[in-house]
Ligand binder design. Sequence first.
Ligand code: GLA
Length: 360
Amino acid sequence: MTIRYSAPGRVNLIGEHTDYNLGWSLPIALPQRTVVTLDPSDSDALEVRSDGADGVVRIPLTTKPGDVTGWASYVAGVVWALRMAGHSVPGGSISITSEVPIGSGLSSSAALECAALGALTSGLHIDRLDRARLAQRAENEYVGAPTGLLDQLSSLFGAASTALLIDFRTLSVSPVPFDPSASDVVLLLIDSRQRHGHVDSEYAARRLSCERAAADVGVVSLREIQDRGLSALDGVTDPVDARRARHVLTENQRVFDVVAALNDSDFTKVGRIFTASHVSMRDDFGITTAHIDLIADTAVAAGALGARMTGGGFGGCVIALVALDQADAVGAAVRSAVRAAGYDEPVITRTFAADGAMPG
Ligand code: GLA
Protein backbone atom coordinates (compact mmCIF):
# COMPACT_ATOMS: atom_id res chain seq x y z
CA MET A 1 0.00 0.00 0.00
CA THR A 2 1.50 3.31 -1.11
CA ILE A 3 1.73 6.03 1.56
CA ARG A 4 2.00 9.69 0.69
CA TYR A 5 2.71 12.56 3.08
CA SER A 6 3.51 16.20 2.38
CA ALA A 7 4.92 19.13 4.34
CA PRO A 8 5.41 22.81 3.45
CA GLY A 9 8.35 25.20 3.50
CA ARG A 10 8.04 28.28 5.68
CA VAL A 11 8.60 31.99 5.78
CA ASN A 12 9.41 33.53 9.11
CA LEU A 13 7.50 36.82 9.30
CA ILE A 14 9.66 38.00 12.21
CA GLY A 15 11.69 36.65 15.13
CA GLU A 16 15.01 35.68 13.50
CA HIS A 17 17.69 33.75 15.41
CA THR A 18 15.48 33.87 18.48
CA ASP A 19 14.55 30.16 18.54
CA TYR A 20 17.78 28.80 20.01
CA ASN A 21 17.75 31.73 22.46
CA LEU A 22 14.38 30.46 23.76
CA GLY A 23 12.59 33.60 22.54
CA TRP A 24 9.66 34.04 20.16
CA SER A 25 9.04 33.85 16.39
CA LEU A 26 6.10 34.36 14.07
CA PRO A 27 6.32 32.14 10.96
CA ILE A 28 3.79 31.04 8.34
CA ALA A 29 3.74 27.82 6.32
CA LEU A 30 4.09 28.35 2.56
CA PRO A 31 1.92 26.96 -0.23
CA GLN A 32 5.03 25.22 -1.66
CA ARG A 33 5.27 21.63 -0.39
CA THR A 34 7.55 18.61 -0.42
CA VAL A 35 5.80 15.29 -1.08
CA VAL A 36 7.23 11.94 0.08
CA THR A 37 5.76 8.76 -1.41
CA LEU A 38 6.65 5.49 0.32
CA ASP A 39 6.14 1.99 -1.06
CA PRO A 40 6.88 -0.19 1.98
CA SER A 41 8.42 -3.65 1.62
CA ASP A 42 10.15 -6.27 3.78
CA SER A 43 13.55 -4.83 2.86
CA ASP A 44 16.04 -3.81 5.54
CA ALA A 45 16.77 -0.58 3.70
CA LEU A 46 15.07 2.37 2.02
CA GLU A 47 15.90 3.25 -1.58
CA VAL A 48 15.37 6.97 -2.03
CA ARG A 49 14.95 9.03 -5.21
CA SER A 50 14.39 12.76 -5.57
CA ASP A 51 13.18 14.88 -8.46
CA GLY A 52 15.91 17.32 -7.45
CA ALA A 53 18.85 14.91 -7.89
CA ASP A 54 20.06 12.07 -10.09
CA GLY A 55 20.41 8.49 -8.89
CA VAL A 56 19.17 6.39 -6.01
CA VAL A 57 20.48 6.51 -2.43
CA ARG A 58 20.27 3.35 -0.31
CA ILE A 59 19.66 3.98 3.40
CA PRO A 60 20.06 0.88 5.63
CA LEU A 61 17.48 1.00 8.44
CA THR A 62 20.40 0.69 10.87
CA THR A 63 21.99 3.86 9.49
CA LYS A 64 24.14 5.97 11.85
CA PRO A 65 25.30 9.62 11.66
CA GLY A 66 28.04 9.90 9.06
CA ASP A 67 26.73 7.09 6.78
CA VAL A 68 24.71 9.23 4.37
CA THR A 69 25.53 12.80 3.32
CA GLY A 70 23.92 15.25 0.90
CA TRP A 71 20.17 15.66 0.28
CA ALA A 72 19.29 12.09 1.39
CA SER A 73 20.86 12.67 4.81
CA TYR A 74 17.64 14.41 5.92
CA VAL A 75 15.69 11.21 5.26
CA ALA A 76 18.43 9.04 6.78
CA GLY A 77 18.46 11.34 9.82
CA VAL A 78 14.73 10.83 10.30
CA VAL A 79 15.15 7.04 10.06
CA TRP A 80 17.92 7.20 12.66
CA ALA A 81 16.02 9.58 15.01
CA LEU A 82 12.88 7.39 14.86
CA ARG A 83 14.86 4.25 15.69
CA MET A 84 16.73 6.00 18.50
CA ALA A 85 13.32 6.90 19.95
CA GLY A 86 12.32 3.22 19.85
CA HIS A 87 10.05 3.28 16.79
CA SER A 88 10.30 0.64 14.09
CA VAL A 89 10.79 1.97 10.56
CA PRO A 90 9.63 0.20 7.40
CA GLY A 91 11.96 -0.56 4.48
CA GLY A 92 10.93 0.02 0.88
CA SER A 93 11.30 2.74 -1.70
CA ILE A 94 10.75 6.46 -1.33
CA SER A 95 10.32 9.09 -3.98
CA ILE A 96 10.50 12.78 -3.23
CA THR A 97 9.08 15.67 -5.22
CA SER A 98 9.46 19.23 -3.99
CA GLU A 99 8.27 22.71 -4.86
CA VAL A 100 10.33 24.26 -2.05
CA PRO A 101 13.50 25.75 -3.54
CA ILE A 102 16.70 24.43 -1.92
CA GLY A 103 19.05 26.89 -0.22
CA SER A 104 16.65 29.85 -0.36
CA GLY A 105 16.07 30.02 3.39
CA LEU A 106 12.54 28.61 2.99
CA SER A 107 13.26 25.43 4.99
CA SER A 108 13.36 22.88 2.23
CA SER A 109 15.19 20.65 4.73
CA ALA A 110 12.47 20.83 7.39
CA ALA A 111 9.81 20.22 4.72
CA LEU A 112 11.67 17.06 3.66
CA GLU A 113 12.23 15.88 7.25
CA CYS A 114 8.59 16.43 8.23
CA ALA A 115 7.21 14.81 5.07
CA ALA A 116 9.53 11.78 5.44
CA LEU A 117 8.64 11.47 9.11
CA GLY A 118 4.93 11.53 8.31
CA ALA A 119 5.27 8.86 5.60
CA LEU A 120 7.45 6.60 7.76
CA THR A 121 5.14 6.79 10.80
CA SER A 122 1.72 6.43 9.20
CA GLY A 123 -0.48 4.57 11.64
CA LEU A 124 1.60 5.66 14.65
CA HIS A 125 0.36 8.42 16.91
CA ILE A 126 3.21 10.87 17.50
CA ASP A 127 2.09 14.39 18.42
CA ARG A 128 3.32 17.38 16.48
CA LEU A 129 5.69 18.60 19.17
CA ASP A 130 7.40 15.22 19.33
CA ARG A 131 7.55 15.13 15.53
CA ALA A 132 9.25 18.51 15.53
CA ARG A 133 11.78 17.30 18.11
CA LEU A 134 12.49 14.11 16.14
CA ALA A 135 13.02 16.09 12.92
CA GLN A 136 15.26 18.56 14.74
CA ARG A 137 17.29 15.71 16.20
CA ALA A 138 17.74 14.33 12.68
CA GLU A 139 19.03 17.71 11.53
CA ASN A 140 21.22 18.45 14.58
CA GLU A 141 22.74 15.07 15.25
CA TYR A 142 22.61 13.22 11.91
CA VAL A 143 23.00 16.01 9.35
CA GLY A 144 25.11 18.05 11.78
CA ALA A 145 23.38 21.46 11.49
CA PRO A 146 22.90 23.13 14.92
CA THR A 147 19.51 24.68 14.06
CA GLY A 148 16.62 25.49 16.41
CA LEU A 149 13.00 24.31 16.21
CA LEU A 150 11.56 27.16 14.14
CA ASP A 151 11.47 25.40 10.79
CA GLN A 152 9.97 22.10 11.91
CA LEU A 153 7.29 23.72 14.08
CA SER A 154 6.32 26.01 11.18
CA SER A 155 6.01 23.10 8.77
CA LEU A 156 4.01 20.94 11.20
CA PHE A 157 1.67 23.56 12.72
CA GLY A 158 1.05 25.82 9.69
CA ALA A 159 -2.55 26.72 8.84
CA ALA A 160 -4.25 28.78 6.14
CA SER A 161 -4.49 32.53 6.84
CA THR A 162 -2.66 32.00 10.13
CA ALA A 163 0.72 33.00 11.50
CA LEU A 164 2.14 30.98 14.41
CA LEU A 165 3.33 32.75 17.54
CA ILE A 166 5.88 30.32 18.93
CA ASP A 167 7.32 30.59 22.43
CA PHE A 168 10.50 28.51 22.30
CA ARG A 169 10.76 28.15 26.07
CA THR A 170 7.35 26.58 26.59
CA LEU A 171 7.05 25.39 22.96
CA SER A 172 3.52 26.75 22.83
CA VAL A 173 2.25 27.59 19.34
CA SER A 174 -0.59 30.15 19.22
CA PRO A 175 -2.47 31.06 16.04
CA VAL A 176 -2.48 34.73 14.99
CA PRO A 177 -4.79 35.70 12.08
CA PHE A 178 -2.67 36.63 9.05
CA ASP A 179 -4.60 37.63 5.98
CA PRO A 180 -3.13 40.77 4.42
CA SER A 181 -5.25 40.28 1.28
CA ALA A 182 -8.36 41.20 3.32
CA SER A 183 -6.71 44.64 3.75
CA ASP A 184 -5.61 44.88 0.08
CA VAL A 185 -2.01 44.20 1.06
CA VAL A 186 0.20 41.49 -0.46
CA LEU A 187 3.17 39.62 0.96
CA LEU A 188 5.86 39.55 -1.73
CA LEU A 189 8.43 36.78 -1.52
CA ILE A 190 11.61 37.88 -3.25
CA ASP A 191 14.11 35.06 -3.75
CA SER A 192 17.50 36.63 -4.37
CA ARG A 193 18.85 33.27 -5.59
CA GLN A 194 22.00 34.18 -3.67
CA ARG A 195 23.46 31.16 -1.87
CA HIS A 196 26.14 31.75 0.71
CA GLY A 197 28.95 29.23 0.94
CA HIS A 198 29.74 29.66 4.65
CA VAL A 199 26.23 29.75 6.03
CA ASP A 200 26.75 26.80 8.40
CA SER A 201 29.87 28.18 10.09
CA GLU A 202 28.37 31.70 10.30
CA TYR A 203 25.19 30.28 11.86
CA ALA A 204 27.21 28.37 14.45
CA ALA A 205 29.28 31.49 15.18
CA ARG A 206 26.11 33.55 15.86
CA ARG A 207 24.86 30.87 18.18
CA LEU A 208 28.13 30.86 20.11
CA SER A 209 28.06 34.68 20.40
CA CYS A 210 24.61 34.49 21.97
CA GLU A 211 25.71 31.74 24.36
CA ARG A 212 28.78 33.75 25.44
CA ALA A 213 26.66 36.87 25.99
CA ALA A 214 24.23 34.90 28.15
CA ALA A 215 27.09 33.35 30.14
CA ASP A 216 28.68 36.80 30.69
CA VAL A 217 25.52 38.06 32.39
CA GLY A 218 25.07 34.83 34.35
CA VAL A 219 22.07 33.27 32.60
CA VAL A 220 21.62 30.12 30.55
CA SER A 221 19.66 31.75 27.72
CA LEU A 222 19.06 35.34 26.63
CA ARG A 223 15.36 34.74 27.26
CA GLU A 224 15.99 35.14 30.96
CA ILE A 225 16.99 38.80 30.60
CA GLN A 226 14.25 39.77 28.15
CA ASP A 227 12.38 41.76 30.81
CA ARG A 228 15.42 43.54 32.17
CA GLY A 229 15.94 46.01 29.30
CA LEU A 230 19.04 46.46 27.16
CA SER A 231 21.14 47.63 30.12
CA ALA A 232 21.17 43.97 31.17
CA LEU A 233 23.75 43.55 28.40
CA ASP A 234 26.22 45.94 30.07
CA GLY A 235 27.99 42.92 31.54
CA VAL A 236 28.76 41.38 28.13
CA THR A 237 32.52 41.56 27.62
CA ASP A 238 32.90 41.41 23.85
CA PRO A 239 31.21 44.31 21.98
CA VAL A 240 30.35 42.06 19.03
CA ASP A 241 28.64 39.54 21.31
CA ALA A 242 26.76 42.44 22.92
CA ARG A 243 25.46 43.57 19.50
CA ARG A 244 24.38 40.04 18.62
CA ALA A 245 22.51 39.78 21.93
CA ARG A 246 20.93 43.21 21.44
CA HIS A 247 19.45 41.94 18.15
CA VAL A 248 17.90 38.99 19.95
CA LEU A 249 16.30 41.11 22.69
CA THR A 250 14.99 43.80 20.33
CA GLU A 251 13.79 41.17 17.84
CA ASN A 252 11.72 39.42 20.53
CA GLN A 253 10.05 42.76 21.29
CA ARG A 254 9.37 43.25 17.56
CA VAL A 255 7.58 39.87 17.49
CA PHE A 256 5.16 41.12 20.18
CA ASP A 257 4.75 44.43 18.37
CA VAL A 258 3.91 42.69 15.08
CA VAL A 259 1.35 40.45 16.80
CA ALA A 260 -0.31 43.55 18.31
CA ALA A 261 -0.31 45.34 14.95
CA LEU A 262 -1.76 42.25 13.20
CA ASN A 263 -4.53 42.10 15.75
CA ASP A 264 -5.38 45.69 14.68
CA SER A 265 -4.90 44.79 10.96
CA ASP A 266 -2.40 47.67 10.92
CA PHE A 267 -0.13 46.55 8.08
CA THR A 268 1.56 49.96 7.87
CA LYS A 269 2.88 49.33 11.36
CA VAL A 270 3.76 45.70 10.61
CA GLY A 271 5.75 46.95 7.61
CA ARG A 272 7.69 49.48 9.70
CA ILE A 273 8.61 46.76 12.18
CA PHE A 274 9.75 44.45 9.34
CA THR A 275 12.13 47.17 8.17
CA ALA A 276 13.45 47.73 11.71
CA SER A 277 14.10 43.98 11.95
CA HIS A 278 16.09 44.09 8.74
CA VAL A 279 18.24 46.95 10.07
CA SER A 280 18.86 44.97 13.27
CA MET A 281 19.88 41.86 11.30
CA ARG A 282 22.18 44.04 9.18
CA ASP A 283 23.79 46.20 11.86
CA ASP A 284 23.62 44.15 15.07
CA PHE A 285 23.43 40.51 14.03
CA GLY A 286 25.53 40.87 10.87
CA ILE A 287 23.70 38.27 8.75
CA THR A 288 22.57 40.21 5.68
CA THR A 289 24.56 40.76 2.49
CA ALA A 290 24.92 43.78 0.17
CA HIS A 291 22.71 41.96 -2.35
CA ILE A 292 19.95 41.29 0.21
CA ASP A 293 20.20 44.84 1.61
CA LEU A 294 19.76 46.23 -1.90
CA ILE A 295 16.56 44.21 -2.39
CA ALA A 296 15.07 45.22 0.97
CA ASP A 297 16.07 48.91 0.65
CA THR A 298 14.80 49.16 -2.92
CA ALA A 299 11.46 47.58 -2.01
CA VAL A 300 10.94 50.16 0.76
CA ALA A 301 12.13 53.09 -1.39
CA ALA A 302 9.69 51.98 -4.12
CA GLY A 303 6.73 52.09 -1.74
CA ALA A 304 6.63 48.80 0.21
CA LEU A 305 5.20 49.18 3.72
CA GLY A 306 8.29 47.33 4.93
CA ALA A 307 10.77 44.62 3.96
CA ARG A 308 13.13 42.23 5.69
CA MET A 309 15.32 39.25 5.00
CA THR A 310 13.72 36.04 6.25
CA GLY A 311 15.50 32.90 7.46
CA GLY A 312 18.99 32.12 8.65
CA GLY A 313 20.74 34.78 6.57
CA PHE A 314 23.64 35.35 4.16
CA GLY A 315 21.37 35.28 1.11
CA GLY A 316 18.03 33.65 0.49
CA CYS A 317 14.76 35.58 0.51
CA VAL A 318 13.36 38.99 1.38
CA ILE A 319 9.69 39.43 2.29
CA ALA A 320 7.95 42.73 1.62
CA LEU A 321 4.49 43.90 2.62
CA VAL A 322 3.08 46.01 -0.17
CA ALA A 323 -0.27 47.68 -0.86
CA LEU A 324 -1.94 45.70 -3.65
CA ASP A 325 -1.85 48.57 -6.13
CA GLN A 326 1.91 49.05 -5.56
CA ALA A 327 2.95 45.41 -5.84
CA ASP A 328 3.89 45.43 -9.53
CA ALA A 329 5.82 48.71 -9.22
CA VAL A 330 7.78 47.43 -6.20
CA GLY A 331 8.60 44.17 -8.01
CA ALA A 332 9.75 46.08 -11.10
CA ALA A 333 11.91 48.47 -9.04
CA VAL A 334 13.61 45.55 -7.26
CA ARG A 335 14.25 43.73 -10.54
CA SER A 336 15.81 46.72 -12.18
CA ALA A 337 18.00 47.67 -9.18
CA VAL A 338 19.25 44.10 -8.86
CA ARG A 339 19.96 43.88 -12.57
CA ALA A 340 21.78 47.23 -12.57
CA ALA A 341 24.01 45.97 -9.73
CA GLY A 342 24.91 42.87 -11.75
CA TYR A 343 23.20 40.26 -9.54
CA ASP A 344 21.05 37.36 -10.74
CA GLU A 345 17.43 38.09 -11.59
CA PRO A 346 15.32 37.52 -8.43
CA VAL A 347 12.24 35.30 -8.42
CA ILE A 348 9.33 37.38 -7.09
CA THR A 349 5.99 35.81 -6.12
CA ARG A 350 2.98 36.75 -4.02
CA THR A 351 2.65 34.39 -1.11
CA PHE A 352 0.29 33.60 1.77
CA ALA A 353 -0.09 31.44 4.86
CA ALA A 354 -0.98 27.84 3.92
CA ASP A 355 -1.61 24.49 5.63
CA GLY A 356 0.96 22.47 7.53
CA ALA A 357 2.14 18.86 7.12
CA MET A 358 -0.52 16.25 6.41
CA PRO A 359 -1.15 12.93 4.65
CA GLY A 360 -1.53 13.17 0.88
C1 GLA B 1 17.41 28.75 10.25
C2 GLA B 1 17.32 27.72 11.38
C3 GLA B 1 16.23 28.09 12.37
C4 GLA B 1 16.36 29.54 12.84
C5 GLA B 1 16.53 30.48 11.64
C6 GLA B 1 16.83 31.89 12.04
O1 GLA B 1 16.26 28.70 9.48
O2 GLA B 1 17.06 26.45 10.83
O3 GLA B 1 16.26 27.20 13.46
O4 GLA B 1 17.40 29.68 13.77
O5 GLA B 1 17.59 30.05 10.79
O6 GLA B 1 15.71 32.47 12.64
